[in-house]
Design a protein around this ligand. Sequence first.
Ligand SMILES: Nc1ncnc2c1ncn2[C@@H]1O[C@H](COP(=O)(O)OP(=O)(O)O)[C@@H](O)[C@H]1O
Ligand SMILES: [Mg+2]
Length: 370
Amino acid sequence: MRKEGMLMWDETIFRNPELFELDYLPDRFPHRDTQLDSIRYAIKPALRNTKPLNCLLYGPPGTGKTSASMKIFQELEDFSDKIVTVKINCQIDSTRFAVMARLYQKILGVTPPGSGISFNRIFEKVITKLVETDRTLIAVLDDINYLFYEGNANEVMYSLLRAHEQYPGSRIGVIAIVNDPTVIYGFDPRVASVFLPEEIEFKPYDLYEIDDILSDRIDMGFYPNVVSEDVKQEIVRFVAETGDLRSGIDLLKRSGMNAEKRASTKISSEDVKNAYEASRSNHFARLVKNMNENEQIILKAVHERSEISSGELYEIFNSLTNIGYTRFYEIVNKMVAAGYINAEFTGKGQKGRTRIFKPAFKTDDIKFFK
Ligand SMILES: Nc1ncnc2c1ncn2[C@@H]1O[C@H](COP(=O)(O)OP(=O)(O)O)[C@@H](O)[C@H]1O
Ligand SMILES: [Mg+2]
């Protein structure tokens, strides 16, 4: 017999489960019109067969940077066959060879020979094909910070941005995506002097925007009445703590799965709370993964000690990195500003007040450290 509010084993509350997948690109993409327009403006020259402007999209995780660039790719593909679009996920393709192989694959339609061929040879084939077919390449370098970790950022950018000097008639525009815009100060002058991007900021979404965007997913992704208004507001408030919409979509999905586990036709407040822990840990794991080594060392030291004075933290940091106080001070301040660690002043200390640092996250999240 069927019980009211209970799911049968073959029933589901998910009307369109694909809406909760990470690579899903929604039709409606609100609250990013300014950013989309700036990207369109930068790329427009390519439609007239002239060189586009480069872009730098920056902002914290889950603010729509990758999706915005994919929206633009969609428009370009519908609109023009004079443009080739390639997205490179630098976390996966983190060497200059891997980046070039990705371009080769899209532009020549086959995977490049794996060994015995030089980077320069692959690059030449890519560019020659572009010139022959009179097409402009728009390359998205998503999470470009990963190219810096192994020292590949400058060479990749140099190749792409100065290609026209070596191969006249080639046109390439680069859309670089980062969380922290200061990483681009890591470009050497010969790259910096030609990159000169349109800088496009993606701010964390506010309560109203999160509500609007998640409402779309709820309405289309779940069957009617699965999520009550109260539960929705609870989710929106959770997501507004970080402004990370990806964690919000993840939270919806996990809450839904919790409800199904109970065979319930509705998501309860309890389902959301249970999912939130997992979702928040995920957010933290991503955040740590995106930090550079120096930041990770500081984060780890703060978590291990749970409370540490500025002086002690510097000693640990300096002994591991050999980096001096001025730079340490900059890094720590940036991390406090980003909410990765908390800072407080104490009355103690010989010269008056001392700064102490505390974790901004639960200590068991430390399992995510490299
Ligand atoms: N304005 C928006 N409207 C609808 N969905 C959005 C919007 N911004 C982000 N999203 C969704 O949030 C998730 C994270 O977005 P993403 O583009 O991956 O962020 P980022 O690249 O900045 O980390 C994706 O699932 C995306 O579909
Ligand atoms: Mg992204």
